[in-house]
Design a protein around this ligand. Structure first.
Ligand SMILES: [Zn+2]
Length: 159
């Protein structure tokens, strides 16, 4: 059995006819029935289909992860992702809850300055839409809005 190096040397020494045979041997159609010797080392095994790259859990992250404007009272609420790569140096520190779990999401009312930390992004987004639960000024505005609204419609749902 000849080694790969020996075959290379032979191929180098023998003329064009052999060279063309080498080309054919490299081609995809070289089979066991062809006159060309097929060296086991040169048979490229069938490649397994590469696994599909897994998508990241959070495909897009931004420091201002979400912004919400309340249509009833006009407050602007932001959800900040404090642990996002490239967060500004001015980002507030990540606080921990009573159990020591990090709360990397900060919801803040831009209109009134109130803030609340969350462990989960989904909870932070829910809180952003219900700012009157954690921002006292939003709460007052919501109460005022509903009083005004019920007066305008002539209903007295809230007394
Ligand atoms: Zn507010």
């Amino acid at each position: 059995m000849t080694t790969k190096t020996q075959r290379k040397v032979e191929a180098h020494n023998i003329a064009a006819r052999q060279a063309s045979r080498l080309d054919r041997r490299r081609g995809p159609r070289a089979t066991a029935r062809s006159e060309l010797p097929i060296a086991p080392a040169e048979i490229i095994p069938e490649q397994p289909t590469p696994a599909r790259p897994a998508l990241e859990a959070v495909p897009l992250r931004a420091y201002v992860a979400r912004e919400h404007v309340r249509r009833d009272i006009g407050s602007w609420i932001q959800v900040l992702d404090l642990e996002v790569p490239g967060a500004p140096a001015s980002a507030p520190p990540v606080l921990q809850d009573q159990d020591g779990t990090a709360m990397p999401f900060l919801v803040q009312c831009l209109t009134h300055g109130a803030r609340k930390y969350f462990t989960a992004y989904s909870s932070a987004v829910r809180a952003a839409k219900a700012s009157h639960h954690w921002c006292e000024s939003c709460k007052k505005d919501v109460i005022a809005f509903h009083k005004l609204h019920s007066r305008a419609t002539g209903r007295s749902a809230h007394k």
